[in-house]
Design a protein around this ligand. Structure first.
Ligand SMILES: CC(C)(COP(=O)(O)OP(=O)(O)OC[C@H]1O[C@@H](n2cnc3c(N)ncnc32)[C@H](O)[C@@H]1OP(=O)(O)O)[C@@H](O)C(=O)NCCC(=O)NCCS
Length: 155
């Protein structure tokens, strides 16, 4: 069992991208979605080289393995949490909190004053626990007609 509380953060690099996309896919699947739903989400769960240029991507490692990833994008005073995924085998051990704290700090340092989160319904209580407030609904980028909880955190 991984121990993210003893884990270390580092920036993602191009060599990580395939493994990170796989991690995002496996992580999203923990909510029990069927295969067709997961395939429809695949593009949104994939990290590309431009993500490393256009946003900030950080991973958490434990025991020499990547167990989570976060991606945050900053535009002026606004920022958005593009991805936050913890490997199924490392859930509920502090990795999500660690990555979220890093995203908050990074967005704040880069001048953002608020962080927007389009949350999977299963993760919304995690973000509330992290201090985010409900701010309505946002359309899913993967499934037409699906709406997701939108949360915001003042930075
Ligand atoms: C949401 C997610 C990132 C949380 O990561 P995690 O490493 O399991 O969370 P942590 O162990 O750091 O938990 C921090 C706190 O939040 C709580 N928490 C974690 N997941 C929770 C959930 N789904 N609902 C309610 N509370 C949750 C923990 O109990 C802990 O509480 P504490 O303050 O009492 O210690 C993880 O469940 C995940 O990757 N889920 C699948 C993919 C996904 O939906 N990602 C989000 C996309 S928007």
């Amino acid at each position: 069992m991984a121990q993210p509380d003893n884990a270390s953060l580092r920036s993602a690099c191009e060599a990580d991208l395939a493994a990170l996309s796989d991690l995002c896919f496996r992580s999203k699947a923990v909510w029990g979605y069927d295969a067709a739903f997961m395939e429809a989400c695949r593009a949104e769960l994939t990290l590309a080289p431009r993500d490393l240029l256009e946003s900030n991507v950080q991973v958490v490692e434990s025991g020499g393995r990547i167990v989570g990833v976060v991606q945050v994008a900053v535009t002026g005073r606004e920022s958005s949490l593009e991805k936050l995924f913890v490997a199924p085998e490392a859930l509920r051990a502090g990795a999500g909190r660690k990555l979220f704290a890093w995203a908050v700090e990074t967005a704040r340092k880069r001048g953002a004053r608020s962080l927007a989160i389009e949350s999977d319904p299963g993760a919304a209580d995690f973000y509330r626990r992290m201090g985010a407030r409900d701010a309505g609904l946002a359309p899913s980028g993967s499934i037409p007609g699906r709406w997701l909880p939108l949360l915001k955190l003042d930075l």
